[in-house]
Design a protein. Structure first.
Lengths: 762, 162
């Protein structure tokens, strides 16, 4: 298909305002009459609240209001699936991120001082610091129904028999870290209530309409009288999917006499109060035949969701759905537990549970290949499912499947083909290099049982340009540019004639979340559904204006031509306006779903998946245990690539985030208290850790997607984790099962390996 | 409260503020220059990078009083649309910005670095120059490319010709 904009390296439409700093993020606003809000967090990870005394704080000069749970007019709770997190705690605190009171004051310093004057009388309770302990009878119950938030199980075939008949079995336990999103813009925003009681909350989020619903529920307020603006966002990665400070802003705004109120969390507060990736313990047992055919997989995964559910149930469900990789294993027994503890709060994060299980199955693939003396690519090719085949969880995969193609590309890439040569080029004699690969997949959109739709508007503006409105926020991934490309393509105009508005309950329709790798696919389809209606409107109006048949009207780039006349879009707008006709059209799209849910799976399967293979080269310093990732090849199947530059951006950012996850990142919590506080002790990759990254998309078009596109935002950080783990083993012979693979862990693994060698030599 | 004079982006400015207020807060709140961001408040991330007399500093660590009589350049001073600096143009051309929250700080650091070089820098040199700026979105690959692109443009079309 010949396209002008779609599939092209179109520059980001938000580039200029971002490189100059002219773009105002919600946390950039400052007004002379603005007041500052602060949140009092709990002193203890688990305690009873006996009393809260706010008198002294209220009397501090400069304080405008101090609020507690008593000031919540509606429901005192939030949470995307189960709203079990109190807005402001009344009787119990369950983590040190829990909010107990709010203060607003003339300055930030006064607000901070006010918090110190709030007297909360606590009775500390036993802290539940471990997910497995939480499941025992002796652990205190953190919620009325106990500490098990959710349980999922998928069982197919007969694993006992399969294990008995298998030629080879590998069995291991994997531990994964509590990764922090570490978006550069911490949680924050501002809110204001006008004289008529209309409330506006400007706060970065990943679904404005749902944020509005959660605010309205707590305020017992008509949602129609609340406007939420949630875009643009200074990074989110899932960490702003849940409510962050929106409800606090709304509550405070009701008490500031119409003055805007701002909250912007310090990094320290963000570390403690913000959600994190679920740490998992995964037990996995995988069996194969001598020829490499996988026959069975058994998985038990326990995820620590911390004090509240947020999306924990969905994370564990997605983990289990993906726990066998993109392979067809006939006998499986897969079980996941999502457990409450007092370890902060975990929730959505790029990869959404799949990172934690992919490292298991892909490490096992590498071990099986090693034991069988098989090429790891051959082993994978042998076991992957193709479109129309049955996956390990037992459903027929009807949408496009690119794994095989990504493996072929991996096989032929320079790094893989010449790996022996590259491995020999070590920078120091005591350093060792390894090259390995891993593959994975990731469901696009929500699973079964959740609403999943896209909606877009296109409006002809007085100056003849088009305003495209999509609910999905610009989170940084570049969906605004993709929407503009689609609109420009279909309206046959220059991209500079397309304006975009996103994430605003007043100006965009409800189009679902910007999560689950869904916004290009879903929002893109919605724009593609709206565009022909706009074309139709332009043609019909021109026909009416010229008194001609519609068939004689021609859409040309940026104008209409008919009968030798040129009609600029401006005049079409004027005509519509003068005749009191709407210049706005809508497009809607329902994401295709599987009809039948796999019993006990909590929403599996997805209809659509994105696939990706990573090849990496690492260099391990055998004296210090330090690992450097030197090269990465990212091979995504994202369907048709809408914008190669945007896709590369995702692939590069995801790879580096995966490197951080594998090698250094972990928020340490001891007995409920955060040891990690800021970037001083939480290390994310800097530019120095950036390897050479190449991206080779395989472009297998997905017929249901806009121009054949699928999603990509999450899978870009997944297989690299296992690939690095295997590459460390390829370099040194030592396997790491506990992430992050810090120098200490790698060093100890090398030491153990030496010991084993000495013993077996005896 | 103290009255402080300095030159910001080529203009003489006076602000009256507590001398212990950070330069970052003065820029953002008193002068409305919000390109510089606060992310860690501890000198760890570089989102607040500005130039003081051509040297890159973390403005979250500088007190307003220390800025007295200094010459300060923020990202807004590097260039505003439509008059972008070549480094800003290159960031757009190479796709080196995503969420954009880190970008102004990186532009400032890159500008200071490029002002000092007259060859196309290697990836290693760029990594050293920008080692203090965190970005969580891009994976830095396109940032390295953008700095090289800017350097080659600078060399092929020197300032006066532009
Ligand atoms: S905010 Fe100044 S270095 Fe992070
Ligand atoms: S572009 Fe988002 S942090 Fe750099």
């Amino acid at each position: 298909m010949n396209t002008k904009w779609v599939g092209k390296r179109v520059q980001r439409i938000d580039g200029p305002e971002k490189v100059t700093g002219e773009l105002k993020y919600m946390t950039d606003y400052h007004f002379d009459n603005m007041v500052w809000g602060k949140v009092l967090r709990s002193e203890y990870p688990h305690a009873k609240i006996k009393s809260i005394d706010i008198e002294a704080a209220k009397n501090l000069p400069g304080v405008i209001c101090v609020l507690t749970h008593k000031d919540i007019p509606g429901f005192n709770g939030f949470g995307i699936v189960v709203p079990d997190q109190p807005v402001l705690c009344s009787d119990i605190v369950r983590c040190t991120g829990d909010a107990v009171a709010l203060a607003a004051a003339e300055t930030l310093e006064i607000a901070e001082q006010a918090l110190t004057l709030i007297k909360v009388d606590y009775e500390p309770l036993e802290v539940v610091a471990d997910a497995e302990y939480a499941l025992t009878d002796s652990a205190p119950k953190l919620h009325p129904d106990g500490n098990l938030h959710s349980h999922v199980k998928i069982k197919n075939g007969n694993i006992e028999e399969a294990f008995e008949e298998a030629d080879i079995i590998v069995e291991n336990t994997f531990f994964s870290p509590r990764q922090m999103h570490a978006f550069i813009e911490t949680e924050g925003g501002w809110g204001v209530m006008d004289e008529e009681g209309f409330l506006t909350i400007r706060c970065p989020g990943q679904y404005a309409y749902r944020d509005r619903m959660q605010i309205a529920r707590s305020l017992a307020y008509n949602p129609e009288r609340i406007r939420v603006i949630s875009s643009p966002i200074g990074g989110a990665f899932g960490g702003k999917d849940e409510i962050t400070v929106q409800i606090y802003l709304a509550l405070l705004a009701m008490h500031t006499n119409g003055r805007p109120v701002k909250i912007h969390l310090s990094r320290e507060e963000s570390v403690i109060a913000g959600i994190k990736r679920h740490p998992f313990k995964v037990k996995m047992k995988t069996a194969a035949k001598k020829d490499g055919t996988l026959v069975a997989n058994q998985v038990t995964a326990i995820g620590d969701t911390g004090a509240y559910a947020s999306l924990g149930g969905a994370v564990i469900a997605l983990a289990i759905e993906h726990s066998c990789g993109p392979y067809k294993i006939p006998n499986v027994d897969l079980e996941g537990f999502c457990v409450y503890t007092n370890n902060g709060i975990a929730g959505a994060f790029r990869g959404f549970g799949v990172n934690q299980v992919c490292m298991g199955i892909e490490t096992h693939m590498d071990m099986i290949a090693e034991k069988l003396g098989m090429n790891p690519i051959e082993l994978r090719k042998k076991n992957v499912y193709h479109q129309g085949e049955v996956s390990s969880v037992g459903h027929i995969v009807k949408s496009s499947v690119g794994t095989y193609k990504t493996l072929e590309t991996a096989e032929n890439c320079d790094l893989w083909k010449n790996r022996e040569k590259y491995k020999s080029e070590v920078s120091e004699p005591w350093k060792k290099r390894g090259v390995s690969l891993a593959t994975s997949f990731h469901g696009i959109g929500m699973g079964i049982g959740l609403p999943d739709y896209g909606a877009a508007t296109i409006e002809l503006l007085p100056d003849g340009k088009f305003l495209v409105g999509v609910g999905c926020e610009e989170i940084g991934g570049g969906n605004s540019t993709v929407y503009a490309q689609i609109a420009a393509e279909m309206l046959n105009c220059d991209i500079s004639n397309i304006m975009i508005v996103q994430g605003d309950t007043q100006r965009t329709l409800d189009g679902g979340t910007v999560t689950a790798s869904r916004s290009t696919y879903t929002g893109g389809r919605a724009v593609a559904a709206a565009a022909p209606k706009m074309t139709e409107l332009l043609i019909q109006t021109a026909a009416e204006m010229l008194n001609l048949q519609a068939s004689r009207i021609d859409i040309r780039p940026n104008h209409i031509a008919a009968d030798g006349q040129i009609i600029p879009y401006k005049s079409i707008h004027k005509y519509l306006y003068d005749h009191h006709q709407s210049a706005r059209v809508e497009g809607h799209f329902y994401l295709p779903k599987e009809k039948e849910e796999i019993k006990g799976s909590g929403g599996a399967p997805h209809h659509l998946y994105g696939y990706l293979t990573h090849v990496v080269m690492v260099e391990v310093d055998t004296l210090t245990g330090e690992t450097d990732v030197l090269r990465v090849v990212s091979i995504p199947d994202a369907g048709k690539v809408m914008n190669p530059q945007g896709l590369e951006g995702q692939a590069e950012g995801g790879a580096v985030m995966g490197i951080g996850y594998t090698l250094f990142e972990d928020v340490l919590i001891e007995n409920g208290y955060h040891k990690t506080r800021n970037f001083t002790d939480y290390i994310i990759p800097t530019i120095r850790e950036t390897p050479l990254i190449e991206t080779f998309p395989v472009e297998k078009p997905e017929q249901s997607g806009p121009f054949g596109a699928k999603g990509i935002g999450e899978v870009v950080m997944i297989p690299i984790i296992a690939a690095i783990m295997s590459a460390i083993c390829d370099a040194t012979g030592a396997r790491i099962f506990h992430l992050p693979a810090t120098p200490e862990r790698v060093f100890n693994a090398l030491k153990d390996l030496k010991k084993q060698k000495v013993q077996s030599a005896r | 409260m103290k009255s402080i004079q300095f030159i910001v982006n080529g203009k003489e400015r006076t602000v009256v503020c507590p001398p212990a207020k950070t330069l970052l807060d003065v820029l953002r709140e008193d002068l409305g220059l919000t390109a510089s961001k606060e992310c860690c408040g501890k000198g760890e991330c570089g989102s607040c990078s500005v130039l003081i007399n051509k040297e890159v500093v973390c403005s979250c660590l500088v007190l307003a009083g220390q800025a007295q009589n200094q010459v300060i350049t923020t990202c807004e001073g590097v260039g505003l649309s439509p008059n972008l600096d070549v480094i800003q143009e290159s960031f757009i051309a190479e796709g080196a910005t995503q969420c954009g929250y880190c970008t102004p700080g990186i532009i400032v650091s890159a500008k200071a670095f490029l002002d000092e070089v007259d060859t196309i820098p290697s990836a290693e040199e760029i990594k050293t120059a920008l080692g203090g700026n965190l970005c969580r979105c891009t994976g830095y690959t396109k940032i390295i490319k953008a700095v090289q692109t800017a350097a080659s443009k600078k060399i092929s079309e020197p300032e006066t010709a532009r």
